[in-house]
Write a protein that binds this ligand. Structure first.
Ligand code: PMT
Length: 223
């Protein structure tokens, strides 16, 4: 791909799910495999970028050459992003962050007792929103959106609300899209522009996303 040259850029990618502890042996999580984020990290590296990969717990090989920052909870992921975003030109948030965590994590294993058990959940920090609030003019912030209805309308709203430059909207209702599979179906949204991509490998989609990030980054340089 002769159009893609990320040399000299530091790109931070978040990948995978977060794990929110209930007690020392249990947690709440989601189906993210990390494949989308890892594809982005390895392609960015291949095209010359310095790559920070902030990853929730996944079963994937760490791409050789990335700076790897393993995290578990959303709070840990936020701390890692707070560390790396100010030093990056581009941040791509492919992680599936848990919106809620357990308010009081039990210090020992919760015993089976009553017929019902209630867990109180509290909101997690919104990492993408934090990154949008702390974005410098020349930085490019790329979010993801996972929706099951009104995909593009909700995605556009998300893009504005979180001050993203780009948003990758996954169509979860389509076969071969979203979690776990090696393929995805997505639309890349810019302000006033959109690119709807057909079913393809997460590696090929990663290249489209990186090209879009590069284009916006170059635009910002000349503004
Ligand atoms: O990992 P794979 O199995 O390959 O699957 C890829 C994927 C489907 C997980 C990925 O492509 C994807 O869509 N990731 C984002 C999923 C998601 O959390 O979507 P959302 O609409 O809930 O969140 C929107 C954006 O806000 C995301 O960029 C997310 O990282 C971010 N977010 C959400 C909640 C939160 N507390 N903090 C955040 O930063």
């Amino acid at each position: 791909d002769k159009d893609l040259n990320l040399t000299g850029l530091t790109i931070t990618v978040t990948a995978g799910p977060t794990q929110e502890a209930i007690d020392p042996v249990r947690f709440i999580t989601n189906h993210s495999s990390g494949k989308m984020g890892y594809a982005l990290a390895s392609k960015a590296l291949q095209y010359g970028a310095e790559v920070n990969l902030i990853s929730g717990p996944v079963n994937l090989e760490i791409p050789a050459g990335v700076n790897y920052f393993p995290v578990k909870s959303a709070q840990e992921m936020l701390a890692a992003v707070q560390d790396k975003w100010p030093l990056s030109q581009i941040l791509i948030k492919a992680a599936a962050v848990a919106d809620y965590r357990v308010e009081n994590i039990a210090s020992s294993k919760i015993k089976k007792q009553a017929e019902t058990l209630t867990l109180k959940l509290v909101k997690n920090p919104d990492i993408l929103k934090w990154a949008g609030e702390h974005k410098q003019k020349e930085q490019v912030l790329c979010g993801f959106a996972m929706e099951t209805e009104n995909l593009l309308t909700n995605a556009r709203q998300k893009m504005q609300a979180k001050n993203c430059d780009l948003l990758v909207a996954n169509d979860l209702t389509t076969k071969g899209a979203g979690f776990a599979a090696s393929t995805n179906v997505a639309t890349i949204l810019w302000p006033g522009k959109e690119l709807s991509l057909p079913l393809q490998s997460k590696e090929d989609l990663a290249l489209h996303i990186l090209r879009a990030c590069q284009e916006l980054y170059r635009q910002k340089q000349t503004e």
